[in-house]
Design a protein around this ligand. Structure first.
Ligand SMILES: *Cc1c(COP(=O)(O)O)cnc(C)c1O
Length: 385
């Protein structure tokens, strides 16, 4: 275990002794006060702003991401939307990665355009081309590394230095790195965002999101926008995310080892055209991964050697241990064919898949059992034409 593990276990607010290891869950909208001054006094004064369990979760996430401020939201998409809406106003322009999580991209293209903010996509791996997209009214660059589904990495350090030279704010969706394997704020990113739904919760039983920063000015804007929108996270979900946070390091190391074993095994197979996993030496962004990340999680994609989309869908339908469903980060393995949702508008160095693109989440099962299950998929795939 790393020192992060110690911090995640011991970052606790002081409590009156004797106390249980975990905080109690205060469920409540109304908070009662004895005096009018207290009622109108320092926040939090209402359930939307959270209770003890929220303060503990914020403290743990701040320790994890080396942030001074953490704003909780009810899910990851809300955290992405909040971070972006906090920094862009009508008449301004933002740059968003072509590999951004689909619903975040939709928020930028469909919702922000209604609010007078223009969004332009950039190719995630072409930092020079990004420079040319910056306009006089550009205010922010929104990244996700690795990108959803196709796993390209940004040269985040180069983008940060470009952004600083032009006075732009940088935002990075850090759900894959989970704050453990990647610390964007440490390399100069202004705002890090996570879907807590994934690894922090880790058990597929709650939704949550978080926006983290070290900048007081941005933290104030994020808090203000969260209050305008009325964002909140239920105490029960906050509790589940906090509980997951304590074992994040131990779980992620097992996801990492299991996923690397499966990825290397897949990489040798003739029925797999390529494995899109940044920790494999053959990944085109492997050098960036080595420079900026300290590990890899259970999520990666493969391009199967298929003749048609149907074969890729048969592959996933034949699996029994791998569930077919959206989301990831829980203890269980998942597989989804991605071709129906993949949308790219920029040419990229990772060529558009010729075969079926399948995203795998490797859970905590025995890798030998997972391989047997995947063999079942390959057999079904071969029998389909
Ligand atoms: C899942 C996910 C989100 C959204 O999180 P939800 O809690 O499902 O809303 C955002 N970004 C990335 C990269 C994700 O994988």
């Amino acid at each position: 275990m790393t020192e992060d593990s110690t911090r995640l276990i011991h970052t606790r607010k002081s409590r009156l002794a004797p106390a249980t290891v975990n905080p109690s869950v205060d469920r409540g909208s109304t908070v009662l006060f004895d005096t009018v001054d207290a009622l109108y006094g320092n926040k939090p004064t209402y359930g939307r702003m959270g209770h003890t369990v929220h303060r503990e979760l914020e403290a743990g996430l701040s320790a994890l991401e080396h942030a001074s401020h953490t704003q909780l939201t009810s899910n990851g998409l809300q955290a992405c939307a909040l971070s972006i809406a906090s920094v862009a106003k009508a008449g301004e322009h933002i740059l968003i990665s072509d590999t951004l999580y689909g619903p975040t991209r939709r928020f930028c293209e469909k919702y922000l355009s209604r609010m007078g903010v223009e969004a332009t996509t950039f190719a995630p791996r072409a930092t020079d081309a990004l420079t040319e997209l910056i306009k006089n009214n550009t205010v922010a660059i929104v990244m996700e590394s690795p990108g959803s589904l196709t796993m390209e990495l940004h040269d985040t350090r180069a983008i940060v230095s470009l952004a600083k030279s032009k006075d732009l704010i940088t935002i990075l969706d850090n759900t894959w790195g989970a704050g453990l394997f990647h610390k964007p704020l440490e390399i100069g990113v202004d705002i890090s965002v996570q879907a807590l739904t994934k690894y922090v919760c880790g058990h597929a039983d709650a939704l949550g999101g978080a926006v983290m920063t070290n900048r007081d000015d941005l933290a104030a804007d994020i808090l203000m926008m969260a209050e305008y929108w009325g964002l909140s996270l239920s105490s029960d979900d906050a509790y589940l995310c906090l509980r997951g946070l304590r074992t994040l390091d131990a779980r992620l190391k097992t996801h990492e080892a299991n996923a690397l074993e499966i990825a290397n095994w897949l990489d040798q197979r003739a029925d797999v055209a390529s494995v899109l996993h940044p920790a494999l030496p053959g990944h085109p962004d492997h050098a960036i991964w080595k420079r900026d990340f300290t590990g890899s999680c259970g999520l990666f994609s493969v391009i199967l050697n298929t003749k048609n989309r149907k074969q890729g869908e048969t592959f996933t339908e034949a699996l029994r241990l791998f569930g077919m469903g959206f989301s990831w980060g829980g203890y269980e393995s998942l597989a989804i064919p991605c071709d129906r949702q993949l949308r790219r508008t920029k040419a990229d160095v990772i060529a558009p898949p010729k075969g079926a693109l399948v995203r795998l989440h490797i859970g905590l099962e025995a890798s030998s059992d997972l391989k047997t299950d995947l063999e079942r998929g390959f057999t079904a795939m071969a029998e389909t034409s």
